[in-house]
Each structure stands twice: as structure tokens, then as C-alpha cells.
Ligand binder design. Structure first.
Ligand SMILES: [Zn+2]
Length: 303
């Protein structure tokens, strides 16, 4: 009996352990849905924020987080409306925004993104992969669907070289992807994917000019906010750029600039994957390698 009891409790602990392990793994992803207009919602989970449009024509998404979350994301969508999304728009190529592409494509969705997102996903997943967009565009594209005119606008060399910001005319919402991090932090400028600090600044400035005073602003990461917050973010980016330029003038190499901690006076939050040192290095490279960037970008776009 003692043996059996021990064995049973041992087995029970394995089963419970496995349950808690899987439960904990899922519990880490705390999905939250927020309504932005009659037929537009934002879904917060793990990775980039997802915009969900529902209505008489069907469903479409902007961004789809990670592949392992696709089933849960589909469940979340089904609380709004039944059916597979007709389209999935990618704001850029990063895996926390495109990881679900293959799963959604297999469910019947058509992926839409900028030409450079197509090229970058092709380089990673190879031609014919369902991760790739089936529709790619250059400067802009308008999706006339669900009584809405969603204007996808490409901002060159911002977070990456393939960023699209989605302007929802009727819902009065803009979905910005990672051009905007609303986390009391500076953005990740992916210099190695054709991004630049100047491009992020001009994309934010242009977006502010295009939206109304009461437009809701959905960032790539962090909570949905408003136009004044985006305006503050622009001021922050400009301050950060000035601090960097002063430091670059004072110090003669990247290590000396990083050691001087020019961004410390801004007193912002940093994450483990994007510490202050990495932001400083990326900003340094962005502000000093413009010629290289231009050369590489020309290769990618073919323009
Ligand atoms: Zn990103």
C-alpha cells in the first residue's frame, strides 16, 4: 500500500506538474480585448498588438503575434465573430508580428504586406512558404472592407524598411506597428533591417499630421492611447536624437558614446532584450551609417 501510495502520489505529482507547467506556460499570455469602434478591436497578447476588424464582409487582422498562439488568437476572434480572417496585414516582418502567418494562411487568410516584408520573409522562409504575403504593395494600399477604408501607408526606413501604418478612416483609429512603442521607452530601431531613427521620427511626424485630434492611436507594443501621447513621443525621440548627436560630437567612437550614457537623463524604462546600451548603439549606428543604409536599402527595394 505504502508503495502504491507513494507511486500514486508520485504519478499525481507528475500529472499535476505537467498540468501546472502547461497551465503556467499559457497563463503567461494574458490576452485582453479592447473595443476601439463599432467593428474594430485591439487584442493584446504576447508580441505585437493585433487589430481585428469585424463586419458584414468578414474579418481581417493587422499582425498575428507568434505561431504557438494562433489557436488562442482564433478563439479570441470567435468571441467577436465566427469565421477565418479574410486578410492578415503585417505592419513589418518581425516574428512577433508575423509568426501566425502560416497558420492563418492555412485557415484561408490572405497575407498583405509591403514589398520589403515579402522579400525579408522570403529570405527567411523561402519562396512559396505560407508565411509570405500573397499581396504586396509599395507606397500604399487601401482595403475597402467592412464599411471601412483602411489605408496602409508605407514609411521608409523607420522601425525597419517595410513598415506600414494602417489608418482606419471611419473608425478614426491609427494602428502604427513598432514605429510606436507606448512603454515609456525608446523604440527598437532595427538598423540591420533598414530601419533608422530619422525614419521613425519622420513617420511619427507624418502620422501626427494625418490624424485628427480625437483619433485613437494603437502602438505596436503597449496600450492604445491618443494623439497628445504620440506628440509627446515625437518630442522624446527628438530629444534622444539631440542627446545622441552631442555625444557623438564629444566622443570619437561607439564604445565611448555608450559609456557616456547620453540617454540616461531621459529616465526611461528598458527591457532585458532592449537595454539602454543596445538602444544607444542602434541610435549611434543609425545616425552615423546613413550612407551604408541607403546603399543596402536600394538593393532590397530595387529602386
Ligand atoms: Zn518589430
Amino acid at each position: 500500500m505504502g508503495f502504491n501510495n507513494e507511486k500514486n502520489s508520485y504519478l499525481a505529482s507528475i500529472v499535476l506538474g505537467a498540468f501546472f507547467l502547461s497551465h503556467t506556460a499559457w497563463a503567461e499570455v494574458n490576452f485582453k480585448m479592447q473595443q476601439l469602434s463599432n467593428n474594430l478591436h485591439v487584442l493584446y497578447g504576447q508580441g505585437g498588438n493585433i487589430a481585428i476588424s469585424t463586419g458584414k464582409d468578414g474579418i481581417y487582422l493587422v499582425d498575428d503575434q507568434f505561431a504557438k498562439l494562433s489557436e488562442e488568437i482564433k478563439k479570441q476572434i470567435s468571441t467577436l465573430q465566427q469565421g477565418a480572417p479574410e486578410f492578415v496585414i503585417n505592419t513589418h516582418h518581425h516574428g512577433d508580428h508575423t509568426g501566425g502567418n502560416e497558420n492563418f494562411a492555412q485557415a484561408g487568410s490572405h497575407v498583405i504586406a509591403h514589398h520589403n516584408v515579402y522579400e525579408r520573409l522570403k529570405a527567411k522562409h523561402s519562396e512559396g512558404s505560407k508565411y509570405l504575403p500573397v499581396v504586396s504593395f509599395g507606397k500604399d494600399l487601401v482595403l475597402h472592407f467592412n464599411d471601412e477604408h483602411a489605408h496602409l501607408w508605407h514609411f521608409p526606413h523607420a522601425h525597419t524598411d517595410g513598415d506600414a501604418v494602417v489608418f482606419y478612416k471611419n473608425a478614426n483609429v491609427v494602428h502604427m506597428g513598432d514605429i510606436f512603442f507606448n512603454l515609456n521607452s525608446l523604440p527598437f530601431v532595427d538598423v540591420d533591417s533598414g530601419g533608422s531613427l530619422d525614419g521613425v521620427i519622420s513617420a511619427v511626424r507624418d502620422t501626427l499630421e494625418r490624424i485628427g485630434d480625437d483619433t485613437k492611436v494603437s502602438p505596436g507594443h503597449g496600450s492604445v492611447t491618443d494623439k497628445p501621447s504620440l506628440a509627446q513621443y515625437l518630442v522624446l525621440l527628438q530629444k534622444a536624437k539631440q542627446l545622441m548627436l552631442v555625444a557623438i560630437k564629444e566622443h570619437n567612437n561607439i564604445e565611448a558614446v555608450v559609456n557616456a550614457k547620453p540617454l540616461a537623463t531621459l529616465e526611461l524604462s528598458y527591457s532585458d532584450w532592449l537595454p539602454q546600451e543596445r538602444v544607444t548603439k542602434l541610435f549611434y549606428r543609425s545616425l552615423t551609417e546613413q550612407t551604408v543604409l541607403q546603399g543596402r536599402a536600394d538593393c532590397v527595394t530595387g529602386s
